[in-house]
Ligand binder design. Structure first.
Ligand code: ASP
Ligand code: MG
Length: 417
């Protein structure tokens, strides 16, 4: 049995007209001989509406009841879509998370998937040609309804593909793929044919909001090929896959940016065991997600500690730091909420040197000051003044020739580096 998963987001199921487009995509897959698992989101705006309703009813909505309510958004989409399919004579039915069942833990609002009843899904696919599956939702071991966090239908779709061994998981959305950078910032941005899971994780975690990050982690773990493409055209989108050799010809695949950063420097703290833990433990307990961390080498038993947090967490972070300031010996605390992080991402960096210097030279040409640098195997991130975010993105995009399709690597056989 050939199985395909097709996931459609809220804008793709917003009204009857949009759902007709969805129907065309599903029909094309059926014509190609596939059984189709169609994972749907709630109609555009519905989840926000439902959440606002709850917040009007209660100042502290019970998370379990909240999940019970927001799952209705997806329930409406799959039931309506099944009716459309049935009217076309297609053998189809809707399936809610608890009917599969898709078991999750009991972290309401951000539950993690534990298990999907794959044999049951397979059995239903014998009986039906299309299963319209409500995204974003599951149920815990006590049969309470749960949701996977905002954008969670992407993760539902990838999980369904993994559970049924589908050939591909197509994520249909209102953009036509993953770009080398945000096209709203850089008109030269180019759609990528392929991107490695690891690169996508870096892109997604930095504001390329095409997919829920967890869906990419899931796809990587279970090696599910994910095709991100547009509901409203037939052109191929971007394929997310395991790294392959052709990817190495592109040293850099994309430039991501994140404006939601605030910088904090603790000057002259003691350089002794336990100081970092003293600083970052209370922040972790408070749920502050610390991003870049840089500690300078010691000078006479003292050091500077610099890190970034989301802008909205700056006040709370400064309060926490104030409480421990004396304990860590900080002579001064500096902060700057007007910064953003721009990152150069590419698998090719692992085997090639000189990428950082290309980036730094390009920024020098534009007189852009770098406040903080951090690197990983496949990423170089620079913190810059917020007002230069767009210029930094465009400068780096050009420096790495990202507007041009990379040429396939043409090494002589037997030549090694
Ligand atoms: N409807 C949910 C949301 O708006 C889940 C999804 O669309 O993926 O976040
Ligand atoms: Mg989405």
């Amino acid at each position: 049995m050939r199985i395909k998963v097709q996931k459609f987001g809220g804008t793709s199921v917003a009204d009857l007209q949009c759902m007709q487009q969805v129907l065309n995509k599903v029909r094309a897959a059926l014509d190609d001989g596939y059984k189709v698992l169609v994972v749907l989101s709630a109609m555009a705006g519905q989840t926000d509406y439902l959440l606002s309703l709850a917040n009007r009813w209660s100042s502290t909505p019970d998370p379990a009841e909240l999940d019970s309510m927001v799952t209705t958004g997806e329930q409406v989409s799959v039931a309506l879509f099944s009716m459309l399919l049935q009217d076309q004579g297609i053998k189809a039915r809707s399936l809610l998370g608890f009917q599969i069942p898709m078991r999750t833990d009991s972290n309401f609002g951000r539950a993690r998937i534990l298990d999907i009843d794959s044999p049951r899904l397979q059995a239903m696919l014998e009986q039906y040609d299309v299963l319209a599956i409500a995204g974003f939702q599951g149920c815990d071991c006590e049969d309470r309804l749960t949701t996977l966090g905002r954008g969670g239908s992407d993760t539902s779709a990838v999980a369904m593909a993994a559970a049924t061994n589908a050939e591909v998981c197509e994520i249909y959305t209102d953009v036509d793929g993953v770009y080398t950078t945000d096209p709203n910032v850089c008109s030269q941005a180019r759609k990528l044919d392929k991107i490695a899971y690891d690169e996508m994780l870096e892109m997604a975690s930095m504001g390329a909001k095409v997919l829920q990050i967890r869906s990419v982690e899931f796809a990587k773990k279970f090696n599910v090929p994910v095709h991100v493409r547009s509901t409203f055209t037939d052109v191929p989108g971007t394929l997310l896959v395991q790294e392959d050799n052709s990817m190495e010809s592109a040293l850099v695949s994309g430039i991501a940016y994140d404006k939601d950063q605030a910088l904090i420097t603790l000057a002259n703290v003691y350089d002794e065991p336990g100081i970092s833990a003293t600083i970052f433990e209370p922040l972790a307990i408070a749920g502050v997600v610390v991003d870049m961390i840089v500690q300078n080498p010691s000078r006479e038993g003292r050091t500077d500690m610099t890190f970034t947090v989301p802008k909205g967490d700056l006040e709370q972070t400064l309060q926490i730091i104030d409480n421990i300031k004396d304990q860590i010996g900080a002579k001064a605390v500096f902060h700057n909420p007007k910064v953003s992080k721009v990152s150069v991402i590419g698998m090719g960096m692992r085997n090639h040197s000189g990428i950082a210097s290309i980036a730094f030279k390009a920024l020098r040409m534009e007189n852009i000051n770098i406040m903080l640098i951090s690197t990983s195997e496949i990423k170089i991130s620079c913190l810059v003044d917020e007002k230069y975010t767009e210029l930094t993105v465009r400068t780096l995009h050009e420096a790495f020739g990202l507007d041009q399709k990379p040429q396939p690597a043409c090494e002589e056989p037997g030549q090694s580096q």
